[in-house]
Design a protein around this ligand. Structure first.
Ligand code: GLU
Length: 450
């Protein structure tokens, strides 16, 4: 980092920190963006005068509420819920709801801030929000999930609407939970409308929403490879995780002729030296990722307890599991094994020093806010279908998703003059922050001081 950038970042953070003291995740996300965009802000007097970045650091509002419900034993349970309505500059507030034990307001503020940048990059009219509850769905019966979802919406519904705030699922919240919540909204609002995305198909959900993040990740990674004059055919792909994003990224990569050599869980990695087939993936997902079950020999898969996917000699890495899953030692193993491309299916899966190491090693890295934007993008397409009472085919949706991810890549490439790596490639991390910032800044300036 140059001295000027460091001085700008330090002065900015000194101004921001007092209002958000102790909110570690939020402050790290702000510091990353500040490092990349403050020179752009300083170079435009309208942006400087409008104090764009300082305003982007404050959510429009944060709604906090309690949720009271009865469990199957008849006992009263109490949880806390939040909705961070970050910004509706570009469209209705938009972003997922997660139900995670120990969830805090600070984590949601960080995710809502990141969502503003991600949603801006899709090119769709989407504002930004994030929300959820400190509720643990693990081990709960379907009846308990339904009662909790209805109790959650008893408070939140008044703040939602197709033009106002449109949540979606996220960790712990899938189509079933969205179905319970969206019906509660419709009952309160007394209208039919797509006030939440990721709905079950039977309730107006969109085909391909389930696959969207994983498919979008492959469309984006393909654009990165093409930019370097390469393609997926024959490449060795290491994927971590075995959830929704990992599964659909793997399926799409196999269709592109790549060799998917890993998927992983908390206990270890499933390694397929010659690449997973669709059958092998089906087997893995059907066993529920039970590490104790030995893979049938014919599938060509072995389980390595306690290992991660990063030392298997991949050309392309797709971390799709969770925050901070890839640390410095993993980054060293990846670079030493010849990896040249990485695209984040998860949000912030690399630690800061892992990122720095891969940058020094010349590995092209696409940040989650660009590479995993396919999920929220297809949410935007679900909103369009609901607004026009229409339903599009899977092919039409995948075609549109691909166009969105390729346009997104082109938008980052357009920043290359200011955002290039030491070896002349695109600095995707900086380009994503700068491109999203410009979009938000232009909208903010056009609306005046409000
Ligand atoms: N939770 C997903 C994300 O973080 C999807 C959000 C949405 O579809 O609104 O991007």
């Amino acid at each position: 980092m140059s001295d000027r950038i460091e001085a700008l970042q330090t002065a900015f953070m000194d101004e921001i920190i007092p209002g958000h003291d102790g909110e570690t995740e939020f402050l790290r996300a702000v510091a990353d963006v500040a490092r990349d965009v403050l020179t752009v802000e300083k170079a435009h007097s309208t942006y400087t005068d409008a104090r764009v970045l300082a305003r982007l650091c404050e959510a429009d509002r944060i709604i906090a509420f309690r949720i009271v419900w009865r469990d199957d034993r008849g006992a009263v349970q109490i949880n806390r819920g939040w909705r961070v309505q970050h910004s509706n500059l570009l469209g209705p507030y938009k972003g997922g709801l997660r139900w995670v034990p120990g969830l805090t307001r600070s984590v949601l503020k960080f995710l809502a801030f990141e969502q503003a940048f991600k949603n801006a990059l899709t090119g769709l009219p989407l504002g930004a929000a994030k929300g959820g509850a400190d509720f643990d769905p693990a081990g709960r019966s379907e009846a308990e999930i339904e009662r909790f979802a209805h109790a959650f919406m008893a408070e939140l519904a008044a703040h939602l609407g197709p033009d106002r705030d449109v949540p979606a699922g996220d960790i712990g919240v899938g189509a079933r939970e969205v179905g319970f919540m969206v019906r509660a909204w419709m009952q309160q609002a007394r209208i039919w409308g797509g006030a939440i995305t990721g709905k079950p198909l039977a309730l107006g959900g969109s085909p391909l929403r389930n696959e969207a993040t994983g498919f979008g990740l492959i469309h984006f990674a393909e654009a990165m490879l093409n930019e370097a004059g390469e393609e997926f055919e024959g490449k060795r792909i290491a994927i971590s995780g075995r959830g929704n994003v990992a599964e659909h990224a793997a399926r799409k990569a196999i269709l592109r002729g790549a060799k998917v050599i890993s998927l992983s869980g908390r206990k270890g990695v499933w390694h397929a030296p010659d690449g997973f087939t669709h059958n092998a993936l089906d087997w893995l997902l059907e066993t529920g990722g039970d590490a104790a079950v030995t893979p049938p020999q014919a599938l060509g898969v072995e389980f390595r307890a306690g290992h991660k996917p990063w030392a298997l000699g991949a050309d392309v890495a797709l971390p799709c599991a969770t925050q901070n899953e890839l640390a410095l030692d993993d980054a060293k193993a990846l670079a030493d094994g010849g990896c040249r491309f990485l695209a984040e299916g998860a949000n912030m899966p690399l630690t800061g020093d892992a990122q720095a190491h891969l940058t020094r090693a010349g590995v092209a890295q696409a940040p989650g806010k660009a590479a995993n934007a396919g999920g929220v993008a297809v949410s935007g397409l679900e909103m369009q279908q609901n607004a026009t009472f229409d339903r599009w085919s899977r092919d039409t949706l995948d075609h549109r998703l691909k166009a969105i991810m390729c346009d997104l890549h082109a938008r980052l490439k357009a920043e290359r003059a200011q955002c290039c790596t030491a070896t002349g490639g695109i600095d995707y991390r900086r380009a994503a922050n700068v491109a999203a910032y410009r979009k938000l800044a232009d909208a903010m300036v056009a609306g005046g001081v409000i």
